[in-house]
Ligand binder design. Sequence first.
Ligand SMILES: [Zn+2]
Length: 401
Amino acid sequence: MRPLPFPFRGALSLSFDADCLGFAFFEALMRLLNTRGPTPLGPGLGLETTSSLFFYSQRREHFSYFSGLGPDAPRCAEADRLDDYLRAGWIDANHAFGDFSPRGGFVRAHALRAYETLAALGATLPVFTNHGPANNVQNVAPEAPWRTWQRGDAPGHPAYHADLFPGAGVRFVWADSMINELAPPGALARLRALARQGRHALGPRQLRARRLSFPCALADGTRVRGFFRFRSTGEPPPALGNLGRQLAQVPWDALYARRGCVVVYQHPGVLEKTAGRVVPCGVQAVAARARELLAPLRFLAREREAGRLWVCGLARLLLYGELLASVRLRRLGPGEVELCGGDPALAPRERFQGLTVYDRSGRGLRLWCAGRELATVRNPADETGAASVSVPLVPLEDIWS
Ligand SMILES: [Zn+2]
């Protein structure tokens, strides 16, 4: 098996938190990242980048599906358009149900309504990410000593909701301690300092696709998969204004040499945070400084165009890593291989998408699953000199044209 879909030698997913993400800027940014058309921020980059959302918020600087913090808050003015993003999978993460930082107040009814809304759309958010400080009791946390205010997985607490994860299709959970950073080799003091903060160095082992996520039991015993996000900005929160510095710390040589993967932690709605003051991104402000601020995204697009870097949505990358860890190949005969494993709830075309198997004979290879042949594409030799066949990736629906 090839660790990544042909022809890529590394994979990267931007994991967007919804903080400060105004709707106009969100639309402009998603259009820039995910289309090739003209956009308010310049020509589209043709990548695949997904986002999280808040369901509930009372602040004006970021959008949320419902306007307000009550579990019965009305749908926001942009909810119909958000439905497009949710149905098509361009929004694939639930950022802790909402921004309860101002005054708390999250209860289970908030979660139930969010999941009912998703079910009515036929949408699933496979990823849950914690948000903000202590008023966000809906956050979850897998282990001490990082479990402090989090009560979303505490049975009996009014904010308890983690038992709803399996039924709602939530597979991947990011908790506050799941952060990694570049640590220079040999810098033991730095590694120890990272460990004291509960952070982890991004080393070669963590880069492997099959290690992208790991089994994780929440406080109530709910089993999910945790995943790390690459921060590496020091104290300032990851923001559009420091994305360049953040990407510069990705160990690119090791990533490409090992066909590794990285999930980059970002707040694209934040331009910068200075002296405790958050400067949100606006379409005009970012467009005026597009050359500088969007250069890191254009760098990703160039790596993608060169066939080196697979830039894909967060849920897609996490699911791919999980697939790679579970799939097994069984030789049926000359040039015929059966694929076993993966999520049986998915049709084989979706379950095995992206999977690439080397065809060392170069005479062609047919892939089967449970007695049915899978549609594949043949790839020329890659950097190892071997040809391969791939189960094609199923693109997300174009919701912009
Ligand atoms: Zn947040």
